[in-house]
Design a protein around this ligand. Structure first.
Ligand SMILES: [Zn+2]
Length: 54
């Protein structure tokens, strides 16, 4: 029997989000909306708690 590897990554998407920086720094939610700022930059808004950052 081959050992299962599934238990090593209960949430593989969490690692992807962490690398992309798409977790809310306030509440940790991954429900993030990307918005354009006035100066042409990119900002992020957490749709869970409303926290915004860039
Ligand atoms: Zn949040």
């Amino acid at each position: 029997m081959a050992a299962s590897d599934f238990e090593k990554a209960p949430d593989p998407f969490a690692a992807q989000r962490a690398r992309a920086g798409l977790n809310c720094p306030s509440c940790g939610s991954s429900h993030i909306a990307q918005v354009l700022g006035d100066n042409g930059g990119v900002s992020y808004v957490c749709t869970a708690c409303g926290h915004s950052w860039s």
